[in-house]
Design a protein around this ligand. Sequence first.
Ligand code: GLU
Length: 445
Amino acid sequence: MEDRLQPVFAEVLRRNPGEVEFHQAVREVFESLGPVLRKNPQYVEAAVLERICEPERQIIFRVPWVDDTGRVRINRGFRVEYNSALGPYKGGLRFHPSVYLGIVKFLGFEQIFKNALTGLPIGGGKGGSDFDPRGRSDGEIMRFCQSFMTELYRHIGEYTDVPAGDIGVGAREIGYLFGQYKRITNRYESGVLTGKGLTWGGSLVRREATGYGAVLFAQSMLGTQSESLDGRRVSVSGSGNVAIYAAEKAQQLGGRVITFSDSSGYVVDEAGIDLDLLKEVKEVERGRVSDYVERRPGARLVAEGSIWDVPTDVALPCATQNELTEADAKQLVANGVRAVAEGANMPTTPEAVALLREAGVLFGPGKAANAGGVATSALEMQQNASRDSWSFEHTEARLAEIMAGIHDRCLATADEYDAPGDYVAGANIAGFTHVADAMIALGVV
Ligand code: GLU
């Protein structure tokens, strides 16, 4: 990080003690910004950096609910409305026991630049709860979502803040959240949430978009080297929405997807994974990866060690933050990996990113590579605003166009700042300057 950025970063550390993931996300962006500030003194004069690190609003609330045994439970809810220079706050809700303010702020901070990169009119925000949905009944999930929305509804709106899903929040949860919002406000305000069901205002391709987009991004990166996914070994981590549809698109493009995982371990299926079976296990049965292995001859479950030990050409980390470490990156490089594209948010540790880049591996950071999800949320908002719904083909074509645009913008920006092929610098700088210019135009607010 350049010297002039140090005092601003020191202030971020002082103001936000203990929020290590947030510090990591800020540092990662700051490391790209030295040349930007040299070229654009107006950003320094207008204190854009200091302002962009401080969320516009942070909401923390109690979420009481009653479990199936009649016991009263308490969780903590969050919504960090980070930056609205480009549009209403936009970003998902994460329900996972690891959620605390530092996680929500890291995700919200990333979301500002990711959303800016899409070129669509959406600001950045994020929310969630330390609620653990695992093992909870449908009724418990519904009561939790209703209680969560009973506080959240007063802070959100089509023109204010538009939440969506993230880890632990899918179409079922968005349904319960939307139902309660509608009930409290007496408004059928479709554009207040995205990731809705297809029969009540959702968009085709939203479910697939994050995973599809990450693979399209990987394909574009490989394309710059006259390579492609066709015939390549592809490793996916995770087995949620992002992982499943990353695997689907990779298979459509001729890749052989050989892994996926959950918290109980990872699965290696050398024949190429059976996507129908994986969807049945994960989406219909809400089961574990072991349920897949039991029904799939030739697949094995590995409970110890790292999924990145499996030799692969293209690695798609689609599980969670900091899941791909320096040791993993070393192993991937030793096994000849060609490209890594982040389907999850910040899944690769800074040390691992540095190692991959030094080894000449194509690296697509999440802000760029996983922006297809939120971009398609913005397309869902467009459809809601015009009371329309688009075909799968049309929506997927829009997604592909947006992903290609992000890829090209990252490369062009990296070139402009003398860092050819550096998608990290390209994404951070292109995202930052887009937001920073809007913030300056809107004055000191
Ligand atoms: N949670 C997703 C992300 O990390 C999507 C957010 C959205 O669609 O608003 O970008």
